[in-house]
Design a protein around this ligand. Structure first.
Ligand code: 6YU
Length: 498
């Protein structure tokens, strides 16, 4: 029996690194990672704007508490602040939706009282909680969360808001519209109309109030890399094609063909390539092609774009206690979805600005969030064009014609050639079965002489923590464990070292 197999991992994001770490610690000696870009971390990417640390990709540890492996690692490496480490922070449970104190501005330049929008926030939260009650798929009243939310809003406002006058009611509806945009960003979808209702409850949140890495998320990657052998990762090595079932009886069933022509033989390959790339390239990335059920699931599962626009100002035009700025477009009605007019009104899709805290560390910095087609269009504009649109937006909503951003920086995940979007979601028509199809190793026929040739990890393969760093990390460990238990069951007395 081959107890020292050649294992190749494609992708040096957190899932690839987690898989390598597990395998090496279990004694596998021939493990290597092929990475298309010049760096490790993938969608964990820290940059700087002025003197501030900004995250181009992942922002928070979602649910920083004992059960979250990213929290445990960050704590072990000493990367978190005291507040995030406190038991109190770990036990706060907000069901994945931290409540941020808002400032609300409207497109006619009014700053609203926060109390004015409370009925909309309450109704929205109530309906979103109901949306999460659907788990299994089948029997749900609407195919998408968006359609469900609209129907529920329509049904309930007559009764709930009957004592509210028409102008105030219309502002509440605008608020729902902004909250829907924000929610679509959280889900990484163009609109909540794309997010499936049947499986919406599949996503699980962990307790703990979301926290950031004061020194940058990439600190996590740097520390993980320090524990791994140097030379583990080959950079600038994009993989063109994974030839599986390559040889009938010879030792290495998988041949990995790289863009530069190099051919690498392996017993097992763990593919951590983002779903966005798989959607576009699966037909050329695998030979023979993937089984039909996997292809269908790759096509059905959602992978959208959520981008950030960092904007720095000389001084704050928001309140000292403000954590999020919500722009309300007064002509918007969430019950009547608009067709996007990208060149003219892409900026209307910007759902909110989150405020960097504390100001002593970051200055007066905001992060604007924009998802979907408008976000993908934004990526095609020059930085100056983005800056102009953001400036106009801020001036209009604050009725202050002189506010001018000092610096700006945006992410462009849709045009990132090895990611092609931001993260995955369970789209309309999906169930957790699609995630299971995606993660199923090849060949699927277990009786085959050379099983587990191709394994699948990465954020999109986690059934309940998809779209997160901890989901990605756990998926890498899962696939490593699959190989570890395969080898230990093949020969329970021998270790891969022997
Ligand atoms: C989190 C957060 N966060 C914001 C934004 C983004 C993401 N996420 P990788 O892509 O890292 O690695 C693959 C590697 O493969 C990569 O290096 C490629 O170059 C390489 N590769 C590709 N093709 C190749 C080839 N052919 N050959 C060789 N190499 C190749 N997660 O926990 N907190 O705040 C955010 C956010 C803008 C873009 C995020 C966040 C997602 C994570 O970043 C992501 O899951 C992992 O980093 C992925 O790691 P990986 O290893 O799988 O892939 C109710 C309900 C709602 C449901 N969702 C709500 C959850 C909220 C999710 N929120 C995210 C939000 C933000 C803001």
């Amino acid at each position: 029996a081959n107890l020292n197999p050649q294992i190749v991992i494609i992708g040096s994001g957190i899932s690839g690194l987690a898989a390598a770490d597990r395998l090496l610690k279990a004694g596998f000696q021939h493990v290597r990672i092929l990475e298309a870009t010049k760096r490790s971390g993938g969608r964990i990417k820290t940059s700087a704007l002025g003197t501030s640390v900004v995250e181009i990709g992942a922002n928070w540890i979602h649910g920083p508490s004992e059960e979250n492996p990213v929290f445990r690692l960050a704590r072990q490496y000493g990367l978190l602040e005291e507040k995030a480490l406190s038991l109190e922070n770990q036990t706060i449970d907000v069901n994945g939706h931290p409540v941020l104190y808002p400032n609300v501005f409207t497109s006619s330049g009014r700053k609203l009282n926060v109390e004015d929008i409370v009925p909309a926030e309450e109704l929205f939260t109530e309906i979103m909680e109901e949306s999460s009650q659907f788990v299994t798929g089948g029997g749900e009243p609407f195919p998408s969360v968006g359609e469900f939310v609209r129907a529920q809003v329509q049904q309930r406002v007559e009764e709930k808001w009957k004592d509210i006058d028409e102008p105030a009611k219309s502002l509440l509806l605008c608020t729902i519209s902004t909250l829907l945009k924000l929610e679509s960003g959280i889900n990484g979808a163009h609109s909540m109309d794309e997010v499936g209702l049947g499986a919406f409850g599949q996503y699980k949140s962990l307790p703990g109030l979301d926290c950031t890495f004061p020194g940058g998320y990439e600190g996590l990657i740097k520390n993980m890399m320090e524990g791994l052998p140097s030379g583990l990762v080959t950079y600038h090595q994009p993989v063109r094609c994974v030839h599986w079932n390559a040889t009938e009886k010879k030792e290495k069933p998988v041949i990995i063909q790289c863009n530069n022509g190099e051919m690498i033989a392996a017993d097992h390959v763990i593919v951590t390539i983002p779903l966005g790339f798989l959607k576009k390239h699966h037909s050329t990335l695998f030979s023979p092609p993937l089984p039909l059920n996997k292809i269908h699931s790759i096509q059905r599962l959602g992978f959208g774009t959520n981008n950030k626009i960092f904007v720095e100002f000389d001084s704050a035009w928001w309140d000292a206690d403000c954590e999020i700025i919500l722009p309300l477009w007064e002509d918007e009605d969430p019950l009547v979805p608009e067709k996007p007019d990208l060149p003219r009104s892409w900026i209307k899709k910007l759902s909110c600005f989150t405020v960097f805290k504390p100001a002593e560390r970051y200055g007066h910095m905001l992060c604007g969030w924009i998802a979907g087609q408008e976000s993908e269009y934004m990526e095609t504009l020059s930085e100056q064009e983005v800056r102009d649109s953001v400036t106009q937006l801020v001036r209009r909503f604050t009725a202050n014609p002189v506010i001018t951003p000092k610096r700006i920086l945006r992410s462009q995940w849709f045009h990132h050639p090895w990611t092609l979007g931001s993260y995955s979601y369970l789209a309309k028509g999906c169930s957790v079965q699609d995630v299971e199809n995606l993660m199923e190793p090849l060949p699927t026929n277990r009786s085959q002489a050379q099983p587990m040739q191709v394994l699948f990890a990465g954020e999109a393969t986690h059934p309940c923590y998809f779209s997160t760093v901890h989901g990605a990390l756990l998926s890498g460990q899962r696939e490593a464990d699959r190989l570890i238990s395969h080898y230990s069951s093949r020969n329970s007395s021998a270790s891969p070292k022997s």
